[in-house]
Design a protein. Structure first.
Length: 265
């Protein structure tokens, strides 16, 4: 029987699988197989796979890192680097809190449209579809959501924008139908350094409860640039990050689209 997973399980993996396909694919596939073979619940497996995908760019900056424990908690992963046991705690910084709810609604609609298309003919419609919506599109009412789902479904069937869909772009995928929001960048989309510092403070409070068997514990803060709620173009008042105080041995900020990394500590 075909499994149906929620949007939390699926959507992040979708665009990340596609957009990061040119990165360190073989290690990622190996790590995903290891997670699949673990006794974790399916929801936890998908969460862990999403997290390790967010660290894909991180592995380009630290190619010697070898992950040893992918299914632990506090910290999220344990790796080996230069004969040291490194705990890696991963956290995402949300830049647009107001967009988080919209993104969750979008993901639900995407999944419903995917199911309709797969039930009709998976082979015919398989691919990754990037959709852009008209600015006036409403996502908050159930009736509007149902109409939007039909418009998304029709746009993919006809391979042209219909109704609320402003534009559609398709890329290859060999298995299923995946739908995601079209990437767009605002040149003045700033990420306030205070948000990063607040995240570090929250993680500092949890530090005493992390695995004490590791030699060092690193904090990796990620801006998931494939998420409309997490994107940014520059960090405002970046110099404030130098003031950070934390028990973490190293702290990095990473954006996963171009792989840019900032060493905070």
């Amino acid at each position: 029987m075909k499994k149906t997973f929620s949007e939390e399980d699926l959507i992040k993996n979708l665009s990340l699988y596609y957009l990061n396909r040119h990165l360190k694919k073989k290690p990622i596939e190996k790590y995903h197989r290891t997670i699949d073979e673990s006794p974790l619940h399916d929801r936890e497996k998908y969460r862990k796979k999403s997290e390790i995908l967010l660290l894909n760019s991180f592995m380009h900056h630290f190619p010697e890192v070898k992950f040893e424990n992918l299914t632990c908690e506090s910290p999220d992963f344990i790796a080996k680097l230069n004969d040291k046991k490194i705990g890696i705690e991963l956290t995402e910084v949300i830049n647009h809190l107001e967009m988080k709810k919209v993104e969750s609604t979008l993901n639900k609609m995407f999944r419903q449209a995917e199911i309709l298309l797969e039930q009709e003919d998976t082979t015919k419609y398989r691919g990754v579809y990037f959709l852009e919506f008209h600015p006036e599109t409403k996502f908050d009412h159930l009736e509007a959501q149902q109409e939007n789902i039909i418009n998304i479904y029709k746009s993919i069937k006809k391979n042209k924008a219909v109704g609320c869909v402003k534009s559609i772009r398709k890329s290859f995928h060999r298995r299923n139908v995946f739908i995601t929001h079209e990437y767009s960048m605002n040149l003045f989309d700033e990420l306030c350094s205070e948000k990063i510092l607040e995240l570090i403070e929250k993680k500092n409070e949890k530090f005493p409860y992390y695995d004490t068997s590791v030699d060092e514990c690193w904090l990796v803060i990620v801006s998931d640039m494939n998420s409309i709620a997490s994107r940014y173009t520059f960090i405002q008042d970046k110099e404030h990050l130098r003031e950070v105080k934390s028990p973490f041995h190293k702290i990095f900020h990473l954006e996963n689209l171009c792989g840019n990394i900032t060493s905070i500590k």
